[in-house]
Design a protein around this ligand. Structure first.
Ligand SMILES: [Zn+2]
Length: 275
């Protein structure tokens, strides 16, 4: 689709040195994090914008993400805003703008209307997902642009996978109470399982007498949760692409808040309408 600009960034190929070894090549941190300089992030953003649109001058619209279901209708005027609006979803039907959401484990979702040429970008962590940011976002596209679900295509980018996303009971309860399919998004994982299969002998005496074995943990599949919301909003299953990849597993490729205990850069997912 020549009219559509879109992309998911990864970790490599920038000027940031805050999250890598001293002798490593620079990285593409795209968020104004406390550990990196504003100058580096602005340069990295230029590199990303130029790679996606062909011109570093294309305005990049971002939001101050707050794990909400707040949606922002973006336009040219937002590119001159000093402080970005608060919210977790951006949409536009104006050409010549790039919309960007930042993630480092949360799930980025991009949606495009092939017929009406409108686009949206969403940031969906577990809180935003429970608040139905993506499902509400498609509803807002219908309202603002007259989008029909059968004309929409979506891409779900890299985030923390079900392999790694252990969550607490409160997260399970929140999903169970909000979605008829809520419980299907979770599975019980015994986190020591892979090691146990590999080295069975070392586990024979792991529990001291009187100590119960550790309980399995609950893992949430946030990609599937957001795919379900796109389906609930009326998208055809074939119109939804998954990038795959787990930010926590693939630390050389992606920034991960979990994997680096909070000391992480940010990736950016961008979408726009070519001029
Ligand atoms: Zn993983």
């Amino acid at each position: 689709m020549a009219w559509l600009w879109h992309g998911f960034s990864a970790r490599r190929g920038g000027v940031s040195r805050a999250y890598c070894a001293e002798n490593a090549p620079g990285e593409l941190n795209l968020g104004f994090t406390p550990d990196d300089s504003r100058e580096n992030v602005l340069r990295n953003r230029e590199l990303l914008v130029e790679a996606v649109t062909g011109s570093a001058a294309t305005p990049l619209i971002t939001i101050r993400q707050i794990h909400s279901s707040v949606l922002v209708l973006a336009g040219q005027e937002d590119s001159s805003r000093e402080k970005p609006c608060k919210g977790d979803g951006l949409m536009t039907d104006q050409p010549g703008l790039l919309l960007g959401v930042q993630t480092a484990d949360c799930i980025p979702v991009l949606v495009a209307d092939r017929k009406r040429h409108a686009v949206a970008a969403f940031h969906a962590g577990w809180r935003g997902t429970v608040k139905r940011i993506v499902e509400a976002g498609v509803g807002r596209m219908r309202l603002e642009f007259g989008s029909q679900p059968e004309d929409l295509v979506a891409a779900i980018g890299p985030g923390v996978g079900a392999c790694c996303y252990a969550v607490g009971e409160e997260v399970f309860s929140a999903f169970e109470s909000q979605f008829t399919y809520g419980t299907e998004l979770f599975r019980e994982v015994n986190d020591t399982e892979p090691a146990r299969e590999k080295y069975p002998m070392s586990f024979m005496n792991q529990h001291a007498p009187g100590h119960a074995p550790t309980a399995p943990s609950l893992h949430l599949d946030l990609v599937e949760a957001n795919r379900r919301q796109l389906l609930a909003a009326g998208l055809h299953p074939d119109a939804i692409s998954l990038s795959g990849g787990c930010t926590n597993c693939q630390q050389t490729l992606f920034f991960s808040h979990r994997a680096s205990h909070g000391h992480a850069g940010r990736m950016m997912s961008v979408v726009g309408i070519a001029e």
